[in-house]
Design a protein around this ligand. Structure first.
Ligand code: SF4
Length: 334
């Protein structure tokens, strides 16, 4: 079955947040002054269990989902994550499972995740400069551990490892070339993300954005780029190959070139709320429904949520319609 929403978009991707906690305090997502020691994160019994995540994902796979992305908070803080990956991998229609992590704990878990069936890794890395990296993770944590984890994951045989870098004006646009060269040298695809007004607490302003065009101009001062076709319908990043053939980069341009028209993504929070857009504020409670164990009703419930979906926030933003009350990024993991 392949259901479609009101804008005729199929559901193909499910992003599953397995925990709201994180070991970083990135200013644009979980600023330290708000998420201090007293902040109340979800308790264990509020989190979806692995069986519940499995049952929910199984239903989503029946209505068209083929790809899963495991996110957080920081997903590697969820204990025994490989057990969940093995379960999800056993679902027939699921073709690929990817992980988005800040990489700090990756070296410890990479081998078990690979053996459990994890297909792809994306590491969030906003700087290759140790001092700015420490500042940007908000916890003064060292860059080397993340770089070692990327190298080790490469050696383990993870292919097409990606790096996501949120580019913020006056903060880290001076890292664009360094990251591009790191990607060329290590056969890693660097994806530059235009800074977005995710959540309600990062103080985003349009003038903080380094646009896709700016990023290309900065790179082309040193390396010629050639636009590449998307790998598949609904791919988030626009692809550019280095003209000398040494790899490619991606740019996620939600602000300057919205891509809502082929958005096939749904998201689930660690406590079982379904969000049909990164920028919406209305979630749908799946936890109560899945705990009622009426799975036929549940499938109908999920189907109707998607079929009634009309989200296209980035398009509306480009017309000046901004939302003030959105779900926080750390709950749905981007
Ligand atoms: S703004 Fe919402 S609808 Fe548009 S691409 Fe992002 S998640 Fe999809």
């Amino acid at each position: 079955m392949n259901i479609r929403d009101k804008l005729k978009r199929p559901i193909k991707d499910l992003r599953i947040s397995v925990i709201d906690k994180c070991n970083f305090r990135c200013p644009y997502c979980m600023p330290k002054d708000i998420f201090g020691e007293r902040y109340q994160f979800l308790k264990n019994d509020e989190l979806l269990s692995f069986d519940e995540i499995y049952n929910i994902t199984n239903i989503f796979s029946k209505i068209g989902v083929e790809k899963l992305r495991i996110t957080g908070g920081e997903p590697l803080l969820r204990k025994e994550l490989p057990v969940l990956i093995q379960k999800l991998k056993s679902i027939d229609n699921i073709k690929e499972i990817a992980l988005t992590t800040n990489g700090f704990l990756l070296k410890k878990h990479a081998k078990d995740l690979k053996e459990a069936g994890m297909d792809r890794l994306t590491v969030s890395l906003d700087s290759l400069n140790s001092e700015s990296y420490k500042k940007l993770n908000g916890q003064n944590l060292d860059l080397d551990r993340t770089l070692e984890a990327i190298e080790y994951s490469n050696l383990l045989g993870f292919e097409n490892i990606k790096i996501n870098c949120v580019v913020m004006k006056g903060i880290n646009e001076n890292q664009i070339i360094d990251l591009a060269e790191f990607g060329r040298k290590n056969n890693i695809i660097v994806r530059y993300i235009e800074y977005m007004d995710v959540g309600n607490i990062n103080g985003w302003k349009p003038e903080h954005v380094v646009s896709a065009k700016d990023i290309i101009n900065i790179i082309e001062k040193k390396y010629k780029l050639t636009p590449l076709d998307s790998n598949y319908y609904g791919e988030v990043a626009s692809r550019y190959g280095f003209s000398d053939g040494l790899g490619e980069i991606g740019i996620i341009s939600s602000v300057s070139k919205p891509f809502c028209s082929d958005c096939t993504r749904s998201r689930i929070t660690a406590d079982g709320q379904m969000y049909t857009c990164l920028f919406t504020n209305s979630g749908h409670d799946l936890r109560t429904a899945i705990r009622s164990e009426k799975l036929d009703d549940f499938e109908q419930y999920v189907k109707s949520i998607w079929e009634n979906r009309t989200d296209q926030y980035s398009v509306l933003r480009s017309k000046g319609k901004l939302e003030s009350d959105k779900v926080e990024m750390f709950k749905i993991g981007g």
